[in-house]
Design a protein around this ligand. Structure first.
Ligand SMILES: [Mg+2]
Length: 324
């Protein structure tokens, strides 16, 4: 890239260091972690056509690029502190950059995240954020702590984002209001940071739902070395549009969105039944409708019970790509 292109990128992304000892501008940033805390570190890459539609509005893309990483911090019960942003851009367009930066910074500022480094190169649109967060030593949430008998909870409606993808791909025609709500879930996911932090001493395991409940809960069960889980379909929270599809001719699509749809970025966590009132109080305090959707079992794999209490014969696992 040319000097003027780098200068333009600098204009939108270079801010003076706040909590970092040394921010952008040297060969590396310097940070001083809070004494008594462990660092949680994660990286996520978003590729055009795989993780988002090529025509996504740049402000939403800026938001989502950071949101998916913040969601990993939420899943760990970590408080996000610092981020690094690397990207390949097909060209340097001031209007696009400005909108992208606006989406990125409004979410970063909301959570007090400081950008401490980055890199840019020319290439097919591809964005990569590394995030660093903190949790008191020994308190970070993991996937591996679920116990047989634990309740399984989710932090909000599932399948909403996947429904927008299904609409975009012509698999379903949503009415205007349902489309607006679904697109908002797809483009503007809200990472459950405060919930993750509140769950540190309450949940036994947690994960953020990026790839769909069946796959992601499967990771928790495997990491926790438990033999199964029973999910109650009727207890699963879903948008009104998805609920009505579930009762109609497009039930199969609705089930696919609900059980295997990605991009919701809600948290799925386990906690012993003795902590139900604590979980409810946390949800109440944060204005979230936390839903208890099932229970961890010793055996039997992942079973989903339908509305009549029968285990579904097969579970959708499809992954819908964003290629247009
Ligand atoms: Mg994750």
């Amino acid at each position: 890239m040319s000097d003027s292109e780098f200068a333009l990128i600098d204009r939108y992304f270079h801010r003076p260091a706040r909590s970092a000892v040394l921010g952008v501008g040297d060969d590396a940033a310097l940070i001083a972690p809070t004494p008594g805390c462990e660092l949680a570190i994660s990286v996520d890459m978003l590729v055009s056509g795989t993780h988002f539609f090529a025509d996504v509005p740049p402000r939403a893309l800026g938001h989502k690029t950071l949101a998916v990483n913040l969601s990993d911090m939420a899943a760990m019960g970590a408080h996000p502190r610092w981020a690094l942003l690397a990207g390949a851009l097909p060209g340097v367009d001031a209007e696009w950059l400005s909108a992208f930066a606006e989406g990125f910074w409004s979410l970063a500022d909301k959570h007090g995240v400081e950008l401490v480094g980055g890199d840019t190169t020319r290439g097919p649109l591809n964005l990569c954020v590394t995030i660093l967060g903190e949790a008191p030593a020994g308190e970070a949430l993991r996937r591996s702590g679920a116990q047989v008998g634990d309740d399984i909870w989710v932090s909000g409606p599932l399948g909403t984002a996947a429904l927008a993808v299904a609409h975009k791909r012509g698999r379903v025609a949503l009415p205007a209001e349902a489309l607006r709500a679904s697109e908002s879930a797809l483009l503007w996911p809200q990472p459950r940071i405060a919930l993750g932090e509140a769950l540190r001493t309450v949940a036994t395991a947690a994960i953020d739902l990026s790839d769909g409940l069946v796959g992601d809960l499967g990771h928790v069960l495997a990491a926790s070395r438990v033999g199964g889980a029973e999910i109650d379909l009727a207890a699963m929270p879903a948008s009104p549009a998805l609920m009505s599809l579930l009762k109609g001719e497009q039930r199969a699509l609705a089930l696919e969105c609900l059980l295997a749809g990605g991009d919701d970025y809600e948290l799925c966590f386990s906690a012993p039944p003795s902590r139900r009132s604590r979980v409810d109080a946390i949800g109440h305090g944060l204005g979230l409708s936390l839903a208890r959707i099932g229970v961890v079992r010793a055996t039997g794999g992942l079973a989903v019970l339908d509305e009549s209490g029968q285990a579904m014969a097969s579970l959708p696992r499809a992954y819908d790509h964003f290629e247009s």
